[in-house]
Structures are given as structure tokens and as C-alpha cells.
Write a protein that binds this ligand. Sequence first.
Ligand code: PEP
Ligand code: MN
Length: 399
Amino acid sequence: MLGIFFNGLERSRGSVGAIANHAYKAWKPHLPEIGEFASSLLNSSAALDATQLCVGGTLETMVIVTKTDATAEQIGTVVKRIEAAGLKAQISTGEQHTVIGVIGDKSLLGDIPIESMSGVERTMPITAPFKLASRQFREEPTIVAVNGTKFGGKQLPVIAGPCAVESTEQIVTIAKLVKNAGASFIRGGAFKPRTGPYSFQGYGKSALKMLKAAKEETGLSIVTEVMTPHEVELVGEWTDVFQLGTRNMTNFYLLREIGRAQKPVILKRGMASTIEEWLLAAEYILAEGNPDVILCERGIRTFETHTRNTLDLNAVPVVHELSHLPIIVDPSHGTGIRSLVSDMTKASVASGADGLLLEVHHDPDHSMTGDGAQSLFPDQFTQLMQELKPIAIAVGREI
Ligand code: PEP
Ligand code: MN
């Protein structure tokens, strides 16, 4: 019966919140056994979710801040005590302190005197709904490094390329052009999430090989989208960074699988998602142990119809306030109109973006997706890269 209940929780989390709250009060003393039982039915993170749901959102996660001179052994001892109590521990190593995030019901720690354990400086609650993604968990910005290029520091990495990979010749030609203009990544979809089933869906695995050819020719790192959990392994063999697209931001199974993949991911904002929902999506990836999440603002749906989307540049400083994760901006999908892309790219840099994602095509009129209309010509891209330099310097960055 419990099994059915937990399965129910997985499927209809919103509607059972109130029942779960009552159930939680009665079951609280038995949570470790319930968690274990749920574990055998689902998997460990789903069980953790179910356990968290029982508290109906009142779950208090905390961080343990260790002393600057805490040893690895002392930190290891604290982590073991937390895990033995049935909670999950996530470590974040900062310049000054190592912090341990404790995920789960804090009351399970019972009488364990965490604050007086060797190496521990203090504990504090994380009040934000997202925990590992929050500034409370980690004060310093997270730097995501990919083959020597860093997101989240002084550098402003640029990812450029067509919407879809259409042929080896196409992707190699564009890769050479964007590399000469100063990009560090070639992008292009092999698996395309198209709104209609009859539209070009991408060349799949053969397109991954074409991207590899472009990488070999130019030395650029690859960014390409992964759409389903079962393709994470395949795409991960070819790409340097996963892209998780706007239509998949709430695909929680995909988020979890990428969380287990140990490879950086660009997590695009859902086109109808709030910043909080977006950070909660990032939390799914972080909670599985992958710390290398790069957020990407790509425009949201609003009542405005002139542009394809409304590029929400508020999101850049908001994310910087709420989270330590880097945030890049995609003005191509954010506007949908070529003539607007350069201005909005400049605005993105001025707003504090940690990088850029831009669609560039040498022959956009023959693009196989509808995104030719928002793709820059290579000459425009080259000019834009030059024009961005003084703006980057003005906000303390380098491009
Ligand atoms: C893309 O980058 O080509 C793409 C499909 O992006 P989004 O998921 O933002 O629509
Ligand atoms: Mn596109």
C-alpha cells in the first residue's frame, strides 16, 4: 500500500501535498524506514523526493560551514554521520571554506551535535526553495571550465553556430568562420526538438560525427542538445557540453540523467518558466552530483507578438543575486529576428551575462530549420564580436 502511495506521490505531487503533510506528522519517526522502502521501489533520488514531499515543502535544508583549517578527514567524518542518519550530503569547496549541504529532513539528525564536531564552524538553514543552486549554499560564483574556457569568471565565452547541423561541409565552414571571429564553441543541433512532427528533426548520430569533424578542423569545443534520458550516453560521447532545451526544462527524468553524467550542461530556461522554477530544474541536476550547470536565458513567452520571445534580461542580475551558477544569454532565440540580435547581445553583455550563445549561418536562407531568420551572417558576427569588446571591458569582462 505504501508503495502505491509513493508511486502516487511521484505522479501527482501537487494534489497530495496536504495529505502528505498529515501523513508526515504521523510517519515522521519512521522516515528512515519509509525512505529505504521507497528506495527499493523507485530509485534513491526518487525516494528522497518522496520523503521531501511528505513535509509538504516545509523541509528545511541546511549547510554546515567548516572551519578554514578543517581537514579532509574531519569533513569526511561529518559527511558519514549525516549519511548514516539517512540524509544526503553535498560538498562545495570554496576558497575560504568547504560547505556541506544537508539534504533531507533536518530533524533526522536528532541529537547529533553537528556544531561541536571537529572542523565545523557553524550551521545555517537554506531558506530558498532551491538549495544547492542558491547563493546561501555557495557564496562564490561557480566557474564551469570546458577545455580551458571558463564560464563564470572574467572571460566571456561565446558559443556560435547554426541551429541544426545540416552537413559536414556546412558545419565545418561555419566553425572556421566563427573561430576566426573569436568564438570558443561550435554549436548545432543533431537532435532537434521541433514543435511539429513533420519538421526536420536533425540528422542524429551522423550529425554528431559532423560536429566532431568541425572540432577536429578548428579546435572548437562542441555544444549540442540532448533530448531524452536514453540518449545522454550517446550524445555525451561526442559533445563537450550538453544543451538542455527550453522544451525540456521540466523533463525531470532527463534532468536527473544529466545530473549523473559528469559533463557540463547548458540549461535553457523554459519558455513559460519562472526564474524560481528554472533554478529548481538546475537543482535536479546538482542534486544528482553534477555541479557544472550553466543557465541560459533564451526568452520567454509574453503577450508581445512582435518578437519571437521576450528576452528577459532581468534574469541575469536576478540569477546572480539568487544563485552562484553562471548564466549566459541567447539573443537569437530571445528575439527571433536577425536585425535585433546584435543590439540585444550588447545589452546581454552589459547586463552581466557570463557568456553568449548565438546562431550564425553562412547561408541562412537555406537553413533547414526556421531559425535562419534569426541567424547572423558571418560578417555580422565578426563585427559584433569587435563591438562587444569595449562593452565587456566596461563591465569588468574580457571577450
Ligand atoms: C536551439 O538552441 O536551437 C534551440 C532549439 O533552443 P531553445 O531550446 O531555446 O528553443
Ligand atoms: Mn535554433
